[in-house]
Design a protein around this ligand. Structure first.
Ligand SMILES: *Cc1c(COP(=O)(O)O)cnc(C)c1O
Length: 370
């Protein structure tokens, strides 16, 4: 059986180091807002190329806090609209609606699965305040045209970088491209903690301070509360673990590129539509860190059953469009044909930094016989 993802194997790579630092945290007697968090925040900011990094409790909170901070700073107010891809994970939209803001969905490009930048301008209204760019499946989604649109309409660009830590666009890292970015260190993400964890990066000092304050009960001084904040902390244990993992993220992302390259060169079956890349080889496409390797198959149910019968686990990211979710029934009358078509056909193949190239060959061979 080849599992979709083995978190145990991923963490086993660094087990010695992880045990060492977690023991240090236990022995330190200090578990929140300590030197491990400060060190990780400094190292993350340096890695991304942003002025500030703020550790928070999870990826959803990172995005929620960015928007909440913009509201406290009077950049946005309840009822304003935020543009977001129609085919993203629900967290991107929840961060918006949780702040009494309105998600406005825009169709993806069927080749990249990322938001179609050419369709953004048509969705802008007088109430639009920001575009949430999601670097979906690990592929950077950016262009000069996007910055021009944001400047022209005076919009903030918020990056949902939950799936793309380490990806680059023209030599700059995702998470440093827009006005602010949210990261998730959920265990299954490219850089996973051993529990929930997240971060915000930005070059905007005022925003950084507000995110920090709002994530700590709206307080800058103990028991003095200037805002109705949240409790959203990145604890010392997870910060120490993430600081170890940060050292290996580039290397692990490169391993993911090797796996992706193995699939792209090994799979040859007209029934399987492979993801497109922008360079000759996936090995040098630094705009992609392959959080997921997503193919399209018309006969998906049959394909997944066939893969299961051959001992290979596959998953779907994500099976239901946001406007078709019960949670967003207010949008059920809307129609996003591209998003809906993609949702019917996408299948994610196993990918991780510890997937053996031998297994990639086996999986490709099985797929070629479908
Ligand atoms: C995982 C994810 C999130 C949320 O992160 P959590 O840490 O699970 O809260 C947000 N957006 C996208 C695109 C994600 O994949």
């Amino acid at each position: 059986m080849i599992p979709f993802l083995s978190l145990k194997d991923i963490n086993q790579q660094h087990a010695e180091e992880l045990k060492k630092v977690t023991n240090e945290v236990i022995d330190s007697g200090w578990y929140l807002f300590g030197e491990r968090l400060a060190t990780f925040e400094k190292n993350l900011a340096e890695f991304i190329g942003s002025e500030h990094a703020i550790g928070v409790a999870n990826g959803l909170d990172a995005l929620r806090l960015i928007l909440k901070a913009y509201i406290e700073l009077n950049v946005m107010q309840a009822g304003d609209e935020i543009i977001v891809p129609a085919n993203t994970y629900i967290a991107s939209a929840l961060a918006i609606s949780d702040n009494q803001l309105k998600p406005v969905f825009v169709e993806p490009d069927p080749n990249t699965f990322n938001i179609d930048i050419n369709k953004i301008e048509a969705a802008i209204t007088a109430k639009t305040k920001a575009i949430m760019m999601v670097h979906l499946y690990g592929q950077a989604c950016w262009s000069e045209k996007l910055s021009d649109i944001a400047n022209k309409h005076n919009l903030k660009i918020i990056e949902d970088n939950a799936q793309a830590i380490g990806a680059e666009w023209k030599g700059r890292k995702t998470g440093a491209l827009g006005d602010a970015a949210g990261f998730s260190f959920y265990p299954g993400k490219n850089m996973g903690a051993l529990a929930d964890a997240g971060a915000v990066t930005t070059n905007d000092e005022e925003l950084a301070n507000m995110v920090r304050t709002l994530g700590n009960y709206g307080s800058t001084k103990k028991y003095v509360h200037d805002y109705k904040g949240l409790n959203s902390r990145l604890n010392e244990m997870q910060a120490a673990i993430l600081d170890v993992k940060l050292k290996y993220i580039d290397q692990e992302n490169q391993k993911r590129r090797e796996v992706a390259n193995g699939y792209l060169t090994g799979i040859n079956n007209s029934k399987i539509k492979l993801p497109k890349i922008t360079t000759k080889s996936a090995l040098t496409a630094f705009n992609h860190v392959w959080h997921l390797f997503v193919v399209r198959v018309a006969n998906r149910e049959q394909f997944q059953q066939y893969m299961t019968d051959n001992g290979i686990q596959t998953l779907i990211h994500y099976p239901i469009s946001l406007h078709k979710q019960k949670a967003y029934s207010e949008f059920k009358h809307l129609s996003f044909p591209i998003s809906e078509e993609i949702q019917q056909e996408i299948v994610s193949l196993p990918i991780s930094p510890v997937l053996e190239m031998e297994d990639v060959k086996v999986i490709s061979k099985v797929i070629n016989s479908f």
